[in-house]
Design a protein. Structure first.
Length: 376
């Protein structure tokens, strides 16, 4: 039997669905039958706190367990029921031009005798994974981000749980909004892609949905609200993505500066819009930013299943010696793509087919049937 040590880490923002993926990597790696078939004894090793763990760890020294955690079936048995990352995460960038730590990462991978690395992350984490792959580290990636904006995959872990949170919170807001005849502006995450606002807004039946892919006119928002009241509505829910902006304006930020990967700290469009609506229409308006609540909580059934499938698929790639790939799902089928193709650009809502630019809402035509071209 060959011996093979597999490092597993999670990077970037946490979300529901990461722990199910880790559990199923470990279970697949340690499955007796698969080990016999693969003639390899696998040892899964959890790296804590993302790339930070691979920078800070001192292999062999006392205190090493701060960043390295042996994983077996007993350890991960219940992990699929929990949100966040049991391994911890960080937004550390080993290739930060101001403080390049990539040599330490490479040296530690060697000292920890890792034969493969499975990185669970979004664009930033996968960007690092790709650079390591180019430097000869055998890497496999699993996509996760509640924003669901990675290209090459129809799904990223965490999204459906976040949509459920948005829907549940809006259900709660409806009773207070209705009692007080108020408008509520609900800000969701979603830096580049409006998926959370759009699908969360659709699931919760929001009156108006605003997404980064289509700059909005505050006047049109006010017009729709006034029309709604004239038609007898007692209250309205507006869902706005953190990356949405008014036409001619810029994105709203909650704090100065950028993170280790150069991203602005977005936030505030909901508050600003609420103030603008109240000032222009005289209708009482409140705003709420769902913020990190969307990343929290136990994974929904779909994230547990997708975490499981992605975890198993990632381990299959490792066993087959296929590296530089990200597992992904397309048209309902779990498959793989080059990590390189999944980074450096976002996957956007298709405004033409998925968004109603008049009503600022989800589409009202789905099959897009053309008259006379289809059998009745
Ligand atoms: O993971 C992406 C994301 O969910 C963005 O939508 C959001 O802007 C960001 O995380 C905020 O993350 P944090 O506060 O953890 O840096």
């Amino acid at each position: 039997m060959k011996e093979n040590r597999i490092g597993i880490l999670t990077g970037g923002g946490d979300c529901a669905g990461i722990n199910p993926a880790i559990k199923w990597i470990v279970k697949t790696a340690l499955d007796d039958r698969l080990q016999r078939e693969r003639m390899t004894r696998y040892t899964p090793v959890g790296i804590k706190d993302g790339w930070k763990g691979l920078i800070e760890v001192k292999p062999g020294a006392a205190g090493m367990e701060e960043y390295v955690m042996p994983l077996d079936q007993a350890v991960v048995r219940t992990w699929d029921r929990y949100g966040g990352s049991m391994l911890g995460t960080s937004r550390t960038n080993p290739y930060d031009p101001k403080n390049d730590q990539s040599r330490r990462v490479l040296a530690n991978i060697e000292k920890l005798r890792l034969d493969a690395l499975i990185a669970i992350g979004g664009d930033d984490t996968l960007g690092v994974a790709h650079r390591l792959d180019r430097e000869g580290v055998p890497v496999v990636a699993i996509p996760k981000t509640i924003d669901k904006d990675l290209p090459e995959t129809d799904y990223t872990l965490g999204f459906e749980t976040a949509v459920s949170v948005i829907t549940e919170e809006i259900d709660r807001l409806r009773t207070t909004a209705g009692s007080h005849k108020r408008i509520f502006v609900v800000e969701t995450m979603g830096r580049h892609g409006g998926w959370l606002a759009l699908e969360g807004g659709e699931a919760s039946g929001a009156f108006i949905i605003l997404i980064p892919e289509h700059d909005f006119s505050p006047d049109r928002v006010n017009e729709l609200l006034v029309e709604g009241r004239e038609e007898g509505a007692r209250y309205e829910i507006i869902v706005v993505s953190e990356g949405a902006k008014p036409a001619g304006g810029t994105e709203f930020t909650r704090q100065e500066g950028v993170d280790a990967f150069g991203h602005k700290f977005l936030g505030g469009v909901g508050d600003s819009l609420a103030r603008e609506i109240e000032a222009s229409t005289g209708l009482e308006t409140r705003s709420i930013n769902l913020s990190h609540l969307q990343r929290g909580g136990a994974p929904c059934a779909y994230d547990r299943r997708m975490g499981r499938y992605f975890g198993i698929a990632a381990m299959e790639l490792v066993a087959a010696g296929i590296f530089g790939k990200m597992v992904c799902v397309r048209n309902g089928r779990v498959t793989m793509c080059a990590i390189e193709n999944a980074i450096g650009r976002a996957r956007f809502v298709d405004v033409d087919t998925q968004y109603d630019v008049e009503r600022y809402n989800g589409r009202r035509t789905i099959l897009r049937l053309e008259e006379g071209k289809h059998e009745a």
